[in-house]
Design a binder for this molecule. Structure first.
Ligand code: 0L1
Ligand code: MG
Length: 253
């Protein structure tokens, strides 16, 4: 099977919200091919009129790595159609078996053509926000290899953002939580994200460079989750909170 054929099947699975089998079970492909498939599959969205608006980092917390049984940092792409405004509805029928996770988001302030460091990263970011990422593996039973999940855009399917705060707002070592209706589904420290969410942003600039991607002013980077992901169901009000950053809310309908 060609990379484009896999990309087509993954795109169709996402578009029709119907799961597909893991490709790695029948077809050997490496991480480089997986990222190529991811790019081809996102291109199909762009060809339908969607716009690339940023990137997501995955497997950035110990909890997440343990939950999924892998040890590599991965990244995916975000389009405008994946964005849902806070306090608005998230239609469940667009997803297969979605899960939510509380994250920190960064907004890029100028084009990035080099790998940044913890020292200069703030010069390239204008704002930070609390975020919810909705992950929805296109594979049956949320089961995949590292290559499968990278090809599947690292399960990314939707996200929402709290109010953008100036970059001077602290995001290190802050308490974060995710609440479904009135139940706390998970809470943790933002430093569960690679020991410091800024480290995840810095890693995104390294990965972008390695993959010949130029991050543009205005791009959004989801830095990763501070807790394990939790299944969402119809009728729930879901929210994520981060000390000093505020909250973000979605109604699952
Ligand atoms: O955002 C994440 O850390 C998830 C990456 C993809 C793996 C998954 O679907 O849980
Ligand atoms: Mg995530």
């Amino acid at each position: 099977m060609t990379n484009d054929a896999i990309a087509q099947l993954l795109d169709a699975a996402a578009h029709t919200a119907s799961p597909t089998e893991q490709f790695s079970l029948s077809h050997a492909f490496d991480l480089k091919a997986a990222y190529d498939i991811q790019k081809l599959s996102i291109q199909k969205r762009i060809d339908r009129g969607e716009t690339l608006i940023g990137y997501k980092m995955g497997f950035t917390s110990k909890a997440k790595m343990e939950q999924m049984g892998v040890h590599d940092l991965i990244w995916g792409r975000l389009t405008d159609a994946m964005f849902y405004e806070s306090h608005k509805e998230l239609p469940l029928d667009k997803f297969i078996h979605p899960r939510a996770e509380p994250e920190i988001a960064f907004k890029v302030s100028k084009d990035i053509n080099s790998e940044l460091t913890l020292h200069n990263a703030k010069d390239y970011v204008s704002h930070v926000a609390v975020a919810i990422e909705i992950i929805d593996s296109r594979y049956q039973n949320f089961k995949f290899s590292l290559e499968d999940v990278v090809a599947d855009n690292c399960s990314s399917s939707a996200f929402s953002l709290g109010e953008w705060m100036p970059v001077t707002q602290n995001v290190e070592g802050i308490l974060m939580s995710m609440v479904f209706d009135d139940v706390i589904m998970g809470s943790g420290n933002s430093n569960a994200i690679l020991d410091n969410p800024w480290a995840s942003f810095v890693a995104s600039t390294r990965l972008a460079l390695q993959n010949d991607v130029v991050m543009r002013a205005g791009d959004i980077v989801l830095a990763g989750a501070a807790t394990s992901a939790a299944h969402i169901i119809k009728g729930q009000s879901i929210s994520a909170h981060a000390d000093g950053l505020g909250s973000v809310f979605l109604d699952v309908v």
